[in-house]
Design a protein around this ligand. Structure first.
Ligand SMILES: Cc1cc2nc3c(=O)[nH]c(=O)nc-3n(C[C@H](O)[C@H](O)[C@H](O)COP(=O)(O)O)c2cc1C
Length: 238
């Protein structure tokens, strides 16, 4: 498949056939993740491939994402400063005291690796879906996956043989996403148009409801933020 075709073909798949992916394809997909850029060669990410069916079922139930169990493969991506700390310790050094910036770059590293994997999966004819819902139960995931301090579960990626091929989901217009030389403020007309463009996101056509559910006052990200802050302290990130 041509690269641009792969990019356009990728979409979040939430229904999978209950069949396995050949190991050689899984390795190809993991190699694509490994090939992603990483800030200063620090490799601030890891992923846990969850093959244990009981663990996978438990995670799917905890975060209420049945497709996590239905896909052939499930990876949990971590911000991982633990390995970096170990490498430095092994050579008689220590990790920086202020680690928040490393956490941010770890999230970037992890996202780049995961998107490479999602695209590789698409190129091989598989489907995938990012799973940010791991943020709804990070404490439980830390236990289930036996994560050491200085690691944090950022998101999951489920990959499998697709059993659906939904139409492409809408995106904001190009000129709302890209600014030229400086940040251009949005006009009221553009804001109105954004809701019109994005109304194809669901049958009800109500994009606002989605925005509010996640990011409006009292939305998911309110409690995710509180938990994240507490955990980043407990796990020695800040
Ligand atoms: C960081 C991130 C977290 C996501 N979390 C979830 C999730 O927990 N569950 C889910 O079904 N989809 C999840 N998605 C998929 C998005 O809903 C999807 O990418 C978006 O609706 C656009 O659709 P598309 O991927 O088909 O283009 C996530 C996507 C990203 C990038």
């Amino acid at each position: 498949m041509d690269f641009f075709e792969v990019v356009q073909r990728r979409r979040s798949i939430r229904r999978f056939k209950r069949v396995k992916i050949p190991e050689e394809d899984v390795v190809k997909i993991m190699e694509a993740g490994r090939a992603a850029p990483t800030d200063a060669t620090l490799h601030l990410w890891s992923a846990i491939r969850v093959v244990d069916e009981t663990k996978r079922a438990e995670i799917a139930r905890l975060i209420e994402q049945p497709h996590v169990e239905e896909g052939a493969e499930f990876f949990v991506f971590l911000a991982d400063l633990y390995r970096l700390g170990e490498l430095l310790r092994y050579r008689g050094n220590d990790i920086v005291e202020h680690r928040l910036a490393l956490f941010v770059f770890a999230a970037i590293d992890a996202a780049l690796a995961a998107e490479n994997m999602a695209l590789a999966a698409t190129a091989l004819g598989y489907g995938s879906c990012f799973i940010g819902a791991v943020q709804n139960a990070p404490r439980e995931l830390i236990k289930i996956l036996n994560l050491p301090k200085l690691t944090y579960p950022l998101f999951g990626l489920v990959i499998g043989v697709p059993d659906e091929y939904p139409p492409p989901r809408p995106r904001l217009p190009l000129d709302m996403l890209f600014h030229l030389n400086e940040y251009r403020r949005y006009t009221e007309a553009e804001l109105k148009n954004a809701f019109t463009e994005m109304s194809r996101v669901s049958k009800s056509g109500n994009w606002l409801r989605l925005l509010i559910k996640y990011a409006g006052r009292g939305g998911y990200f309110d409690s995710r933020g509180t938990t994240l802050e507490t955990l980043l302290k407990e796990l020695d990130f800040i």
